[in-house]
Design a protein around this ligand. Sequence first.
Ligand code: SF4
Length: 288
Amino acid sequence: MTATIPESLQAKIEERLRYYEDLGIRLFFRDRGPSGSSSVNSSVAAPPTRSGPSFAERSWPTPPSRVVAPVAAAPVTRVAAVRAPAGPSLFEEVDKIKDDTLLKIREDLGDCTRCKLHKGRTKLVFGDGSPTAKLVFVGEGPGADEDIQGLPFVGRAGKLLTQMIEAMGLQRKDVYICNVVKCRPPENRTPEPDEVETCSPYLSRQIDVINPKVIVCLGAVAAKTLLETNRGVSQYRGEWQEWRGRKLMATYHPAYLLRNPPAKADVWKDLQKVMIELGLALPKKKSP
Ligand code: SF4
């Protein structure tokens, strides 16, 4: 026996289904199982008195699929490491003092008492040589002779440095010579970190003003200061380094060569690399 639904009830059901449709709910089933036991559903599916397809029998546009296709992982592109252009960094550029000169730097140092080395000095040793040199030698600090004369590298080690410079086909007046600290450490001890930190900005200013093509660091203190490393100079002497866009060669200090003459051969090799970089003629090898 087929049950019929009063027309008023049918209208209410259709109205409710439209309400669900407005909410986006569209899936209603005529039958919940093979037995078709739900009399309500079958009645709704086949209203006897209304013309046209029932609400449930209408063909509905397929709702957009809510299943989101998995997005393929974007391939990882490996970007080749970009080398920073040679030259001073942004911070180094900021560090630079506009229209700086060696005279201004010397005036800024004045009768310097910024670190404890001032207590034992006789003369502050600023630097010596050409203010437009293409080659700058940087040592550690003044010794006894330098402290008295106020000039860098004038003692025994200084005489050896002069010989090295002349072996390169240059004279002392062609190069610039200075130190990391400008005052003699007591008993010629190694400058302490706070002394180096206080004084080395003046060295940086000197090099920036002179703007050489090549810097030669004589010994570990100069090399470690400019290269900001703790590595011993023997680990990288003879290899080109870079300081603010300029080529830097670290080699042994002349004072070390006085104690270890065989090391002169290594230093000469390093200086020959510097000569090639500066376009200086290498001495001809003697024929056997
Ligand atoms: S070593 Fe340098 S910072 Fe120290 S007192 Fe001498 S000039 Fe000044």
